[in-house]
Design a protein around this ligand. Structure first.
Ligand SMILES: C[S@@+](CC[C@H](N)C(=O)[O-])C[C@H]1O[C@@H](n2cnc3c(N)ncnc32)[C@H](O)[C@@H]1O
Length: 412
């Protein structure tokens, strides 16, 4: 007797026999890949556009989904264009240059909403702001890779999906002073043993790098954001979009609510970096506690407070996981801005137990944000959501969610 196969299994078997197929792209998903389906099985297609009809070659087969590369565009979707950067075909740095900026923004915002709903069961609130960013010449930081080519030392980015070096002399998303560095960098690096060089710019044309190479500029750089000046260097995190940093601070601070808040007037900035949010918080709250696990970032955070004559900021060099038991009950205000992995279970549990009255979550990954919002549970309600295009030409966005404790802020 032959065993009856589930329709999905049958579709999986048929897919396993194919190398090439024709697909229709439904939408972009979080991260920027297009989604098509083969008899219900999701097929992710990098560098596609919603509405595309494509001939593709399967490059990855997994239980339940596949990934495919474009062989031919049969019918282009709306918003497609010729990628402006000559390296786009191979370079793994950008993934949406083939789309007009207005289409990038629309599809990315839709992908964030869809991810929050699908993974977190979270309906987007009515207060949503989408903030476009200058599309070129914005990026303050880059991780460059160094290799040996036929003509000597080469500098560039990894190719898409591999560790092969794509040598670049141009990178139009970088701020002009960093892009200008690319031309001479291979000669300047000489016989450096370093395989990766991080470069970071300030706002006065200066730049710096890490790890140290004698022939390159060293030390710290500075950027003004609003009325505050921040020093940092290439070893620590600083937000990557030069022109959007002030808008990010404004949305994260949500200043219109401050003042009406109850509590002892202490704010907590968790995953604080060099103090991008800690410093402006200190201007609005009686006391601010910043928690950051990177020694260099902490040093800059303290230095930046001093430089801006801020005395009510206490910077803790500690992981948030080990510090979190010290968060008091019912704190007035907490900001969390974790790396892409989001919050650990321990931090989420502590936030649910301690119940900040106003919790701001700044995220660069909608999938981990969706998981964390779900785990934070019904005690909080989402007051507003801001989507900032801090990474034009890529599939990523910065998301700022304002969460209010339901008891402290009952719905109007
Ligand atoms: C996305 S950045 C945000 C920094 C800052 N809020 C800003 O906007 O410039 C995350 C920061 O968290 C720090 N970090 C990562 N894991 C951490 C942890 N477990 N505990 C404390 N800080 C952590 C990193 O060093 C980095 O500075």
């Amino acid at each position: 007797m032959t065993e009856e196969l589930h329709p999905k299994q049958r579709a999986g078997e048929r897919l396993a026999e194919l190398d090439e197929l024709e697909v229709h792209i439904e939408k972009l998903v979080e991260g920027g890949e297009g989604l098509a389906r083969f008899e219900g099985i999701p097929i992710f297609v990098p560098r596609s556009a919603p509405g595309d009809r494509l001939r593709v070659r399967l490059s990855e087969r997994r239980p339940g989904y596949g990934r495919a590369e474009i062989i031919e565009i049969l019918t282009p979707g709306a918003g497609r264009r010729e990628a402006p950067c000559p390296h786009y075909d191979r370079c793994g740095g950008c993934d949406l240059q083939h789309l007009e900026e207005s289409a990038q923004l629309r599809y990315k915002a839709e992908a964030v909403r869809e991810t929050l709903l699908r993974l977190g069961g979270i309906e987007t609130p009515s207060k949503v702001t989408v903030v476009p960013g200058q599309p070129w010449g914005y990026r303050l930081r880059a991780q460059l890779h160094v290799g040996e080519g036929i003509r000597g030392v080469e500098v560039g980015y990894f190719a898409r999906g591999s560790h092969d070096l794509v040598s670049v002399k141009r990178c139009p998303v970088l701020v002009p002073e960093l892009e200008a560095v690319l031309e001479d960098l291979p000669q300047q690096l000489g016989d450096t043993p370093h395989r990766r060089i991080d470069v970071t710019a300030g706002d006065q044309g200066q730049w710096t790098h890490s790890p140290p190479v004698d022939s390159l500029p060293r030390g710290e750089v500075e950027s003004r954001v609003g009325d505050l000046v921040y020093a940092y260097d290439a070893r620590c995190f600083f937000q990557g979009h030069r022109q959007l940093a002030p808008a990010l601070v404004e949305h994260a601070l949500d200043a219109s609510r401050i003042g009406a808040e109850e509590g002892d007037g202490t704010a907590f900035d968790l995953f604080a970096g060099v103090g991008l949010f800690s410093l402006p918080l200190a201007g609005r709250y009686r006391q601010v506690v910043a928690v950051e696990s990177d020694r260099v970032a902490c040093r800059f955070n303290r230095k930046n407070a001093k430089r801006n004559q801020i005395a009510n900021l206490d910077v803790k060099l500690q992981s948030v996981e080990s510090w979190i038991p010290r968060l008091p009950r019912r704190p007035t205000r907490v900001i969390v801005d974790p790396p892409r992995l989001g919050l650990s279970h321990k931090i989420r549990r502590a936030l649910v137990e301690k119940r900040p009255q106003h919790l701001t979550y700044v995220s660069c990954n909608a999938a981990t944000l969706a998981r964390d919002l779900k785990q934070l549970g019904p005690g909080f309600r989402i007051d507003s959501l801001a989507l900032l295009d801090m990474f034009p030409q890529t599939g990523h966005m910065e998301i700022v969610v304002q969460l209010l404790d339901r008891e402290a802020y009952p719905e109007a």
